[in-house]
Ligand binder design. Structure first.
Ligand code: C2O
Ligand code: CU
Ligand code: CU
Length: 565
């Protein structure tokens, strides 16, 4: 029955709906880039237009940013939404203050400047909002775009890299619209397929080796990409870099947030029509997009679940004059981190709030996300193993900011070759344990944490997120008390905050700074400590979280407090 309905739908869309040439977003490159986030509307289907979010001249999605490894870049985001937002550079290794997480809000009609040196390898990354509890809503209305990083290693390889000619962005999303054609971002009947924001998309590809940069930018649907007729292709890059060698295959599974670059040799397909597809019937139960979990209520069903469907129509046309006609046999040297060098192991379990639920909310270690709680403080330059154990009936894509990690094993087994490269997002199957290894290098920040979360946006927004600080070791670590300062009352509602300093500090010179969570110093004070309890005037501070850094005798003490009005 299921297959029958899907066949009808596919037939219907082939005959009744015209194919639309796929949109290829323009590129922005250089070291200074301006992104204008604004509200817009787009006609996806007949009838009322859909209210959307977008960047720059687009009415849905945004330009593709091209960054060069080693460049110091300035990315300005102008928020022209009538709403607070943030913009996060998914997969990029940047200072926490430039990462665009939920602590780094951009108020309406203000702009935010993110500056960093591009340290990532050549690969495909992306950007999207990351506002506390509202990432799904803002991103699924269309605030997202691709980032391509280029470097001197990738550029020496004989690979297609002419954007829009033999190298294409393929941003795949599914949407559900309500009866007024508006985005129902939590909708489980997400049967409208968009590629680069185009409905019923079609693309002409030249008869040669072509590179596709696949991004799953869906709210929660997984795709099992392949081509019609099981045409083989080669995976050349994972989330954060080229693989050691192309992996020849007929399928690549991408969960929300994941990317892959693939090469397909179209030499023998001139004049033919083929399809990029999702072979979702091959998904095991519990992988959203696959067959429904037995016993799951039918409101969770969607015509795309558990069936194979077309995503993009490809017509193979004449070759370009500078065609790449072969697939290299090797790519780059990938040196994975070794478990023997790890400094620490952390365990994270994924459980539903109630043991019988497959709907969530889902939590990490039994706790819902809390903006005020730092879950881990990671010493700078630590190499850590994170063992993530999915104790739920549903698959979850686990994403970590700041780092690219390697997958050590899945249930103790070394992953397939396409998962042996740099990753920042990994799908955990139901009841699977995946161990990741990564190094937290280059950037530390005493105040602004990085996020880790499920990239099913509904799960993330419902609390399946945690945060960690990377600490340079000069401040004190969360939970350490030997040289701590404490403050009370906390939260503070009155004018004065009492600060308790270590007893030995009486008579010493002391320098105190109050920082906000955006890393800005709000006030500084120099004093001679005359008693162990000092008072700080906080009457002029706005509501929010602040960090106190106090230096006594060359020793740096930090603590945090919350100001409420
Ligand atoms: Cu793509 Cu924290 O996200
Ligand atoms: Cu991210
Ligand atoms: Cu999840």
């Amino acid at each position: 029955m299921k297959f029958f309905i899907a066949a009808l739908l596919t037939g219907f869309s082939l005959f009744a709906s015209a194919q639309n040439p796929i949109a290829i977003p323009d590129t922005l490159s250089g070291t200074s880039i301006l992104l204008r986030l604004h509200a817009d509307s787009t006609a996806f289907i007949n009838g009322t237009k859909t209210f959307t979010n977008a960047f720059n001249s687009y009415s849905y999605l945004g330009p593709t940013l091209i960054l060069n490894k080693g460049d110091f870049v300035s990315l300005t985001v102008e928020n022209q939404l009538m709403d607070t937002s943030t913009v996060h550079w998914h997969g990029l290794h940047v200072p926490a203050v430039a990462d665009g997480g939920p602590h780094t809000v951009i108020l309406p009609n203000t702009s935010w400047l993110a500056q960093f040196t591009v340290k990532n390898n050549a690969a495909t990354y992306w950007y999207h909002p990351h506002l506390h509890m509202r990432t799904g809503e803002q991103a699924m209305r269309g605030a997202a775009g691709l980032i391509i990083v280029r470097d001197s290693v990738e550029s020496t390889l004989n690979l297609p890299r002419t954007y829009g000619v033999d190298d294409f962005p393929i941003i795949v999303q599914t949407q559900q619209f309500d009866s007024m054609n508006q985005v129902l971002w939590r909708g489980m009947n997400d049967s409208i397929l968009l590629v680069n924001g185009t409905v019923n998309p079609q693309i002409n590809l030249p008869r040669q080796v072509v590179r596709l940069r696949l991004l799953n930018a869906s709210q929660s649907r997984n795709f099992n990409f392949g081509f019609s007729g099981n045409i083989p292709f080669s995976i050349i890059a994972s989330d954060g870099g080229l693989l050691q060698a192309p992996v020849s295959t007929t399928r690549i599974r991408l969960s929300p947030g994941e990317r892959a670059e693939i090469l397909i040799d179209l030499l023998h397909y001139f004049g033919q029509t083929i399809y990029l597809m999702s072979y979702a019937s091959e998904f095991p139960m519990g992988v959203h997009g696959g067959p429904l979990i037995s016993g799951m209520d039918s409101t969770w069903d969607c015509p795309l679940n558990g069936v194979d469907f077309n995503i993009l129509r490809i017509d193979v046309v004449s070759p370009t004059s500078t065609a790449v006609n072969s697939i290299p046999s090797s790519l780059v040297q990938v040196t994975p981190l070794l478990e023997a060098f790890s400094n620490e192991t952390r365990w994270i379990t994924i459980t539903p709030q109630s043991s019988t639920s497959y709907e969530g909310p889902f939590y990490f270690n039994g706790q819902s996300f809390d903006m005020m709680r730092i879950d881990y403080t990671v010493p700078l330059n630590h190499i850590e193993v994170w063992s993530i154990s999915n104790q739920s009936m549903m698959a979850h894509p686990f994403h970590i900011h700041d780092v690219q990690f390697f997958i050590l094993d899945r249930d103790g087994i070394i992953p397939p070759p396409q998962e042996l490269g740099f990753k920042d997002d990994v799908l955990l199957l139901p009841n699977e344990t995946v161990r990741l290894i990564m190094k937290f290098e280059d950037y530390s920040d005493p105040a602004i944490p990085y996020m880790y979360h499920c990239h099913i946006l509904m799960h993330e927004d419902d609390g399946m997120m945690g945060q960690f600080l990377v600490s340079s070791g000069t401040g004190i670590e969360e939970g350490e008390s030997s040289n701590a300062i404490s403050v009370w009352p906390n939260p503070v509602t009155q004018n004065n905050l009492k600060l308790q300093l270590p007893s030995l500090s009486v008579g010493k010179k002391c320098h105190t700074e109050i920082w906000n969570v955006f890393g800005k110093i709000i006030s500084t004070q120099e004093w001679i400590v005359d008693e162990q309890n000092q008072e700080l005037n906080v009457s002029r501070l706005d509501q929010g979280t602040y960090i106190i850094r106090t230096e006594i005798d060359g020793q740096l003490l930090t603590t945090k407090f919350l100001k409420l009005k």
